[in-house]
Design a protein around this ligand. Structure first.
Ligand code: GGG
Length: 351
């Protein structure tokens, strides 16, 4: 069996963490008796600066035949973030109907949380973020620039199809896990889209009588992510709220460098995409110190999605073992002094 993976290393530390991860994916694949073939697409801000677009016009067509996509990071200090995000990452998520974004936030053994009283094993949250619409729907406009009556409108879009998909995916996960689901909205202030969202959660909940649903407003949920993250299990939320809450989740579980994500097309008509939650981190680019573990864990989610459970588990376990080992190399974000390559080499040995 062989899988054809599209690589989009992207900007900043993206190429560093992707390149460090590839031999690790290969090692896990070889041990599980399958092959990983890769095709590299050097799309991103350098392309934008040279050619005026983050990716070619037929970019989605070129990606469509791949089994999955592994992406590094997007963003550049010389280009506005809305240009880079809307030029590469968001068109892929939307164009490939990747409406389900799954982001685990796990406090691994051996990793320190900035929260007092929390140690390894205490936090294990899985966030389901709607990934193709909501506040990132790119609906709006800006008029009368520079005049007193200047106006900007940014609308959020919630469709029944996509909202049901993310909510159902979250209920499925909650059923397999603790039976507890937290629905995060802002339906006290946003009486159309967010109340619609709550209605869909209520409808879908009838199919899952075993799942207990807690409702939280996003302001309270953000507070509780730092006050009582151990009490959360599965969270479901809109695109923007998921983006914010998963950064909070990453930092309370020790580092952005440990947070993986999966952007999944539930219909499986298109390739799904896997990427670390972190951005391009230009401040450390080229120093060889970026933490590759979020990308490795994203590779684990990719193998799981491809049905290669043994390789997925092997990768996750190798990272877990490394983090639990006080003598293992670790990068500066985790309090260590090792570089990307030392961490990657140690992981390869563990596999
Ligand atoms: N690793 C992907 C990346 O560079 N993400 C940066 C970012 O700003 N992402 C926003 C989002 O996930 O919606």
């Amino acid at each position: 069996m062989s899988y054809d993976i599209a690589l989009i290393p992207g900007d900043g530390i993206g190429p560093e963490v992707v390149d460090a991860t590839l031999p690790i994916l290969d090692a896990a694949a070889t041990a599980a008796d399958f092959d990983v073939e890769t095709t590299r697409y050097d799309w991103g801000t350098d392309r934008y600066l040279n050619e005026g677009a983050m990716m070619p016009e037929d970019g989605l067509d070129r990606l469509a035949s791949h089994d999955a996509i592994l992406l590094g990071a997007v963003g550049h200090p010389d280009v506005p973030d809305h240009v880079t995000l809307n030029g590469l990452l968001l068109p892929i998520r939307k164009g490939f109907d990747q409406s389900i974004c799954k982001r685990p936030a796990v406090l691994f053994e051996g990793v320190d949380s900035p929260l007092k009283g929390y140690s390894g094993g205490d936090i294990d949250v899985l966030v389901f973020r709607e990934n193709t619409e909501g506040e990132y729907a790119d609906v709006g406009g800006r008029e009368h620039r520079g005049y007193d009556n200047e106006v900007a409108v940014q609308s959020a879009v919630y469709t029944r199809r996509s909202t049901e998909r993310i909510v159902r995916a979250a209920f499925e996960a909650a059923t397999e896990r603790s039976g507890h689901l937290t629905n995060v909205t802002k339906s006290n202030a946003q009486a159309h889209g967010m109340v619609f969202w709550d209605d869909i959660v209520s409808e879908v909940s009838e199919e899952y009588p075993g799942v207990e649903v807690e409702r939280l407003l996003v302001d309270a949920a953000s507070m509780d992510m730092v006050r009582r993250p151990d009490e959360f299990d599965v969270l479901v939320c809109s695109n923007l709220f998921g983006d914010i809450l998963t950064d909070v989740g990453a930092i309370v579980t020790g580092s952005m460098g440990l947070a993986p994500s999966a952007n999944i097309d539930p219909g499986r008509d298109n390739p799904s995409m896997f990427e670390p939650v972190h951005g391009s981190a230009f401040d450390i680019m080229g120093e060889g110190v970026a933490n590759p573990l979020a990308t490795v864990l994203s590779g684990s989610l990719m193998f799981e999605h491809l049905g290669e459970d043994a390789a997925a588990t092997a990768l996750w376990d190798a990272v877990t073992d490394q983090l639990a080992d006080a003598d293992a190399p670790r990068t500066a974000d985790l309090g260590g002094e090792s570089g990307t390559e030392a961490v990657a080499a140690d992981l390869r040995d563990r596999l």
